[in-house]
Design a protein around this ligand. Structure first.
Ligand code: ADP
Length: 612
């Protein structure tokens, strides 16, 4: 009986993109099929741990490439885990992964399909770049029935019962007219060596009458000595395990010896993956125990803030016979994580020496790494030292906390920061006026995570980390200039406090403003205005008014004048009108909308007219 099943809509779209836009990269189809075959062998090896009979049945694990010159077909075979009917339908006719709709959209919009293809698990479909028909025969380990899957890669596929001696999969490609080269063994050998040398299983090329030849080195790359591995081999291995197409920005290959021994081959991508911020993002590390693949779902291997790291950890000291679930909580895993993290951070530190190079990394992953200052108590200071920020003195570049410290003013005991949504708006915030005048640097922080790490990293190398609202008390700022009369000023701030009681907790004078009459800030230690806005955007509680302060500059001519006007009760309506405009002005400087735009613009026009 033959079942005819149509492709999911997304699959058809994707096939179209893969086949048409990756035209110049055609030969990658082979690496994709070999990569899948290798994964299938990994899975079988794991199954065989608890089921030795299965290992015996399949024999030595290998991948076979069989070109058929006469019929113009190419077959990629493995004796790995195999697929049953459901697997064939679910894995090769639909796209289960959540990001695929994004893929189709992204690839269509910017045509950068090559980089995106692997990230979305479209690997197998690359076969249709060179084949106008694909026939798969597969038998799942432990099952009796084999299945045949046939498709022309256009509308759908057919599935029927079939026969195969042992478990595993044959993928037979009926080569397109312009892809007949892929029966040429010299060409095939070259492609396999270029892209798939790192595969741990033998890749055997069938040479017809001349017999068979193992084309790759067939030993797990991470077990080889560094000196025997070329950059290209590292790169192709990275492609294989990460499903990324970019070059690794960092490659870290090490052997840890001590009370627990393990090897690591870790990579940091040079491009941020599309799902860096998706909550269901998988961990990027594959765990092997003595070269047997165990799982790529051991989240405990890497902290969340290093979720962009890809690679392999292999330890012979982990027990093979415990479940993946138990491994998740194993103290040995915790130790490995600890060691791997400190190596990664050390390597990152080295790379900071080349600013431009490091910025490639920082622009992709800095925002994620900074989560570590908040999350990783033990490495807090080290991660902070790897972090780069905009500041009032950093110009076009970014600065580090250490550079900041090297520039502090005399008597300055703290690193000051301000948070907000946008660097340009922050730079013009009136709150910074006194800092500019006194030549004190301020970090301009705009990422949501900045709100959190600044709460936990209270100190860096002896310097307190403080919001700028705390500077005034620190430094005892006072100015020697004409100032509003104390009594009248008190009356004015009392009036404003009662007028704005729903919007701010209090109205107070400050020494921090030099140019602006007013500015908004918050009580020491309270949620910043930036965080307040972030929370409001997420429909969190909105009653934050009580911690807000409207600061008034007692030296500003406008404030002096308003305070004077308080002496005459008749002036009250005018004073109130101007006070409202001042609050609006403070909001605008903070990057917030004014309360009543039509009131604001009417009054603005009438005052401008008077001035002209
Ligand atoms: P990816 O490899 O990124 O998951 P593919 O489209 O290449 O995406 O493959 C989809 C799925 O099909 C694989 O995850 C695997 O479950 C299954 N598969 C593909 N090739 C094989 C194979 N040779 N043996 C067993 N399963 C396979």
């Amino acid at each position: 009986m033959v079942d005819k099943i149509g492709f999911q809509a997304d699959v058809s779209k994707m096939l179209n993109i893969v086949v048409n836009s990756l035209y110049s990269e055609k030969q990658i189809f082979l690496r994709e099929l070999i990569s899948n075959a290798s994964d299938a062998c990994d899975k079988l090896k794991y199954l065989a741990l608890t089921n030795p009979g299965i290992a015996q049945q399949s024999g030595q694990l290998k991948i076979k490439i069989v070109p058929d010159d006469k019929n113009k077909t190419l077959t990629v075979s493995d004796n790995g885990i195999g697929m049953n009917k459901d697997d064939l339908i679910n894995h090769l006719g639909t796209i289960a992964k959540s990001g695929t709709a994004d893929f189709v959209k992204n690839a269509t919009d910017n045509g950068s399909a090559v980089e995106l293809i692997g990230q979305f698990g479209v690997g197998f479909y690359a076969a249709f770049m060179v084949a106008d028909k694909v026939e798969i025969i597969s038998k799942k380990a432990g099952e009796e029935q084999a299945w045949k899957w046939v498709s022309n890669g256009v509308d759908g596929f057919e599935i029927s019962e079939s026969k195969r001696d042992v478990n595993g999969t044959d993928i037979k490609l009926f080569l397109k007219k312009d892809a007949k080269d892929y029966v040429d063994t010299i060409y095939l050998r070259q492609i396999i060596r270029t892209y798939s040398d790192h595969i741990s299983y033998p890749i055997v090329l069938d040479l017809g009458k001349a017999g068979e030849e193992t084309v790759n080195s067939a030993s797990a790359l991470w077990t080889r000595h560094k000196s025997e591995i070329t950059q290209d081999q590292y790169k192709e291995f990275y492609h294989h395990i990460s499903h990324n197409f970019d070059d690794p920005w960092m490659t870290l290959h090490f052997k840890a010896e001590g009370n627990i021994e393990y090897a690591g081959l870790l990579f940091v991508p040079s491009q941020a993956p599309y799902d860096l911020f998706q909550p269901d993002r998988k961990t990027g590390l594959k765990l092997y125990v003595n070269k047997v693949f165990i799982s790529d779902k051991i989240d405990a291997l890497m902290p969340n803030y290093l979720r962009f790291v890809r690679g392999v950890i292999d330890s012979a000291d982990l027990p093979l016979n415990i479940s993946r679930e138990m491994l998740q909580h194993s103290p040995l895993i915790e130790k490995i994580k600890h060691g791997a993290v400190s190596r990664i951070l050390k390597e990152l530190k080295k790379r900071t020496k080349d600013y431009d190079d490091y910025m490639t990394f920082w622009n992709n992953f800095g925002i994620v790494l900074k989560e570590g200052i908040y999350e990783d108590f033990g490495n807090r200071e080290e991660i902070a030292s790897l972090s780069y920020f905009k500041s009032t003195k950093s110009g076009d570049k970014l600065t580090t906390l250490d550079e900041y410290i090297s520039r502090v003013a005399e008597n300055q005991k703290a690193i000051y920061y301000i948070t907000g949504d946008d660097v340009k708006v922050l730079r013009n915030n009136p709150q910074l006026e006194a800092f500019d005048e006194k030549n004190i640097e301020v970090l301009l922080l705009t990422d949501p995570i900045d709100e959190f790490w600044t709460q936990v990293l209270v100190n860096y190398k002896g310097f307190a980390i403080k919001h700028i609202s705390q500077a005034e008390a620190d430094m005892g700022w006072k100015r020697d200039e004409p100032k509003a009369d104390e009594g009248s000023l008190q009356k004015l701030t009392d009036l404003m406090t009662s007028m704005f009681k729903d919007e701010v907790g209090k109205v107070a004078t400050t020494e921090k403003l030099t140019k602006s009459p007013v500015s908004l800030t918050v009580e020491n230690g309270q949620m910043s205005l930036h965080l307040e806005r972030l929370m409001r955007n997420h429909q969190q509680q909105t009653a934050f008014a009580s911690s807000r302060i409207l600061e008034v500059n007692p030296y500003h001519p406008l404030i002096i004048r308003l305070a004077d006007m308080m002496a005459d009760e008749q002036n009250k309506p005018k004073v109130e009108e101007v006070a409202k405009l001042l609050l609006d002005q403070a909001k605008i400087a903070e990057g917030e909308p004014v309360g009543d735009p039509s009131f604001f613009s009417d009054k603005m026009s009438s005052y401008i007219l008077k001035a002209l």
